[in-house]
Design a protein around this ligand. Structure first.
Ligand code: OAD
Length: 250
């Protein structure tokens, strides 16, 4: 692992246009559970019963009562960890340009990254299904379920449910970012959900290096990624940032 940390630091210090693709794993050390694997959200809740748009339309109170209220409680409390902070540091140093995240927790922005493409939308905001008025999730009163807008319409989070399209603008911009970067840093994603997991493939095909940080192998490992740094995102990023800092001081 020491060699790979040094290699990643050298690659990053020499790069001019780094992009990152992040997934639920980057927020695990902030106390937010991932979707898949042991302790994952989909182990507890059937996504087709609670996270599909048809399920929400059929019974919004059920989805609010179970999945959304639990997510709200967890996300309201969460703070960026060393991995989010590391990506913000890379932006501050002019190395990292854009974060494409599948996460809806807002922790990249909280850490200081300014160009974040929220591929699956955001949980920070709710939108009225009748009048489209937005309100901050942290300000939503949970006294009535489902919570309602002043106009009486039902609120829904501004994230993508299964069965919904990725906003076209996010998709097109992500493809552009992925094709123009010289390094794609893939942190904490199982890389099984399309089209997000195709972004590193675009980077690879466009000549970029693809570096993965994950405690486990993914479908990208050994095929698309040049190397995998096996470990927890916060721990690994902290060490990489230290090394990049040393290289910048030379
Ligand atoms: P997953 O839950 O599918 O994958 C999480 C990944 O994080 C796995 O590869 C883990 O090995 C890894 N991991 C776990 N702990 C980690 C840590 N401390 N540091 C680094 N990595 C760690 O999450 P995503 O890939 O984000 O979509 O899932 C993609 C999409 O599937 C989500 O955006 C969501 C879900 O259904 C929607 O809700 C639309």
């Amino acid at each position: 692992m020491d060699d790979l940390i040094k290699r990643a630091a050298e690659d990053l210090a020499a790069a001019k246009n780094v992009a990152a693709l992040t997934g639920a794993g980057i927020s695990v050390e902030s106390g937010i559970p991932p979707f898949r694997g042991k302790g994952g959200i989909w182990e507890k809740f059937d996504p087709m019963e609670f996270a599909h748009i048809d399920a929400f339309m059929r019974d919004p109170a059920k989805v609010w009562n179970v999945l959304i209220s639990e997510m709200k409680e967890i996300v309201d409390r969460a703070k960026p960890n060393d991995a989010h902070k590391g990506l913000a540091k890379l932006e501050e140093w002019g190395i990292l340009k854009t974060v494409i995240t599948q996460n809806v927790d807002g922790l990249h922005q909280m850490a200081g990254n300014t160009d974040v493409i929220e591929f699956h939308g955001t949980f920070a905001w709710q939108k009225c299904m009748d009048c489209d008025k937005r309100c901050e999730t942290s300000k939503v009163e949970m006294t009535q379920i489902p919570p309602r807008c002043d106009c009486g319409g039902i609120l829904r989070p501004e994230c993508i449910f299964f069965g919904e399209m990725i906003p076209q603008l996010h998709l097109v911009r992500s493809q552009k970012v992925a094709s123009q970067c010289d390094i794609m840093l893939v942190v904490g994603t199982s890389a099984v959900v399309q089209p997000a997991s195709f972004m590193p493939v675009i980077s690879k095909q466009s000549g970029a290096k693809v570096i993965e940080i994950n405690p486990e192998k993914t479908p990208l490992t050994g095929t698309v990624s040049n190397y995998l740094i096996k470990g927890k995102a916060g721990h690994v990023m902290k060490r990489i940032i230290k090394e990049v800092g040393l290289l910048r001081d030379l």
